[in-house]
Design a protein around this ligand. Structure first.
Ligand code: SAH
Length: 234
């Protein structure tokens, strides 16, 4: 679907960079095998979703050929599209299931939101930077992804009107778990987010809500852009 939209693009740069859909699909299968399964991602739903979402559709055309390298890539404005392994790890740690109500904070390109939507169905995704939100809406539509709702605003406030969420997933690192996220989490719900531990060092954590209590599991060291906004770095 997306590869088609891409190949029919009137943008000459996009045409030049677009490889045949079959070639991209083969690269995507290799990514799932080498970068995800080989590194311990086991959840079949996550592997299938990562194997179905065309990452090249969320990149500037000049970077399409790098779509299946397992690295973050620049989106412009100092922002990045998340590394495939980290998207998969986040989705697996959150235990996403079909029908879960998901809030994604930091839409960026829209890629991670599209992966989560391939597992759960509808996703609410909040992006701070209006231009990035507009681009993400355009890319998601071009990729045929219609169940991601991109909202422009401060994701640290959550999205009260669509709460409670089974999972809140963040792609930007804050100093603390934003209080509105805990309040807007369903019983048994999970937050997966990077926490800033010291300068240049972050830890991906999973927070699970049990009544008025939470448990926190460490998922390892990571590197994300800063989480801005009222309950972020400001
Ligand atoms: N998951 C994205 C990558 C996101 S990069 C992808 O797959 O492409 C992190 C994003 O978080 C950036 O776009 C940044 O603008 C956004 N961001 C930072 N603070 C935010 C906040 N408080 N609310 C919403 N978005 C925020």
């Amino acid at each position: 679907m997306t590869a088609d939209a891409f190949e029919h693009s009137s943008d000459p740069a996009a045409q030049q960079e677009a490889a045949p859909a079959a070639e991209r699909a083969a690269e995507r299968r290799r990514m799932v095998e080498w970068h995800l399964e080989a590194r311990g991602i086991r959840d079949r739903r996550v592997l299938d979703a990562m194997g179905s979402v065309p990452r090249e559709a969320f990149l500037p055309p000049a970077l399409a050929r790098d779509a299946y390298a397992d690295s973050p890539l620049p989106l412009g404005g100092g922002q990045t599209i998340s590394q495939p392994y980290i998207v998969a790890l986040t989705a697996e740690a959150a235990g996403l299931r079909p029908g879960d109500r998901v809030l994604d904070v930091g839409t960026g390109s829209g890629y991670a939101a599209a992966v989560y939507a391939a597992i759960v169905g509808e996703v609410w995704s909040v992006e701070f930077v209006p231009e990035l939100a507009d681009d993400a809406r355009r890319r998601l539509a071009a990729a045929g992804v219609h169940d991601v709702h991109v909202v422009t605003g401060d994701g640290t406030l959550g999205l009260e009107q669509h709460a409670p969420f089974d999972a809140i997933l963040a792609a930007a690192a804050g100093p603390d778990i934003p209080r509105p996220w805990i309040d807007q989490l369903a019983e048994g719900g999970r937050i997966v987010m990077p926490l800033e531990r010291s300068a240049g060092w972050q830890q991906l954590v999973r927070v699970t809500k049990h009544g008025s209590d939470v448990t926190v599991d460490d998922l390892g060291a990571v590197r994300f852009v800063p989480l801005r906004g009222a309950h972020g770095t400001g």
